[in-house]
Design a protein around this ligand. Structure first.
Ligand code: AMP
Ligand code: MN
Ligand code: MN
Ligand code: MN
Length: 277
């Protein structure tokens, strides 16, 4: 049986390792099929594809798209698309284009809470200004001594109701799924256990996602407990959605799971890879 890891990040978004290092680490850890899924970005894929060829593993093109739904931000992982598709690239560009102005607003909000210079600080952690994310602010806040670790940052700052959180409009669900399908890809709802919804909201979310043409949900994710994995396996079957698996690895020491650290998919679900192979 092949080992899949269909969700991880490189320095082309908020990961700590270059795309080729991510691929090499995955190969060393026994991953057979890897998807690099940088946030709102495709720029790491050529390097990852070359590295995967050298390492003898399969690389599935991926990206994790930011989507606004009701009052939440969702993450939709695009997999197995044509990386040269210009409509998908244009759509992803349009999502990303709001990031630097959003980051300035995050900096203003932190300044108002007594933390000056955080925007400039966060810029020290990115490979490109257009990629700046809350993760980069979190690393700055830790290194500058405001908070003990990154996980604590997301309790005290950068989340709704706390300093450093700003509203932002990303793509719509319909747009994101249309771009992904237009490029021949598969649309996966990332870490469904992580959104702040009650049971009814979750049902509405899964129904909206499926009705918009969504293909799969992540059943296995670092964000899920074993009980949540079982719950999402059941919900995937109920909604006619396939099941995906991904560590959401961001770097050594920063993530709950390392690359490939995932059990097999629960019995009875349709693996997402059956939609492309
Ligand atoms: P952004 O796309 O700028 O809103 O940043 C979102 C990123 O912040 C996610 O992809 C995670 O990498 C990181 N993040 C969000 N919540 C947490 C958390 N509770 N703990 C650690 N990292 C988080
Ligand atoms: Mn991230
Ligand atoms: Mn995510
Ligand atoms: Mn992710």
């Amino acid at each position: 049986m092949l080992r899949y890891d269909l969700h991880c990040h490189s320095t082309r978004s908020d990961g700590l390792c270059a795309p080729a290092e991510v691929v090499l680490r995955a190969a060393r850890r026994g991953v057979d099929v890897l998807a690099l899924t940088d946030h709102d970005e495709l720029a790491g894929l050529p390097e990852a594809i070359d590295a995967a060829r050298d390492a003898g593993i399969a690389l599935v093109p991926g990206s994790e798209l930011s989507v606004s739904w009701e009052d939440l931000t969702l993450h939709v992982v695009a997999l197995a698309f044509d990386p040269g598709d210009s409509a998908l690239a244009g759509g992803i560009d349009s999502i990303r284009s709001g990031r630097s102005s959003r980051a300035r607003r995050i900096g203003d909000s932190l300044a108002a809470a007594g933390i000056p210079g955080a925007y400039e600080g966060a810029l020290g952690y990115v490979t490109s200004e257009r990629l700046v994310s809350r993760t980069h602010f979190a690393r700055y806040l830790v290194d500058a001594g405001y908070v003990g670790d990154v996980k604590d940052v997301f309790k005290r700052y950068l989340v709704p109701g706390k300093p450093g959180y700003v509203e932002h409009e990303w793509a719509t669900l319909a747009q994101a799924i249309a771009w992904i399908h237009g490029a021949g890809g598969v649309a996966v709802l990332a870490h469904p256990g992580r959104y702040r919804v009650d049971a009814r909201g979750l049902r509405r979310l899964l129904a909206d996602f499926r009705d918009a043409g969504g293909d799969a949900i992540e059943v296995l994710s670092a964000s899920h407990s074993p009980a949540q994995s079982a719950e999402f396996a059941t919900l995937a079957r109920l909604h006619g959605l396939a099941a995906s698996t991904g560590s959401d690895w961001h770097g050594p020491g920063e993530s709950w799971l390392d690359l490939g650290d995932l059990p097999p998919l629960p019995a009875g679900v349709e693996p997402v890879w059956s939609r492309w192979s």
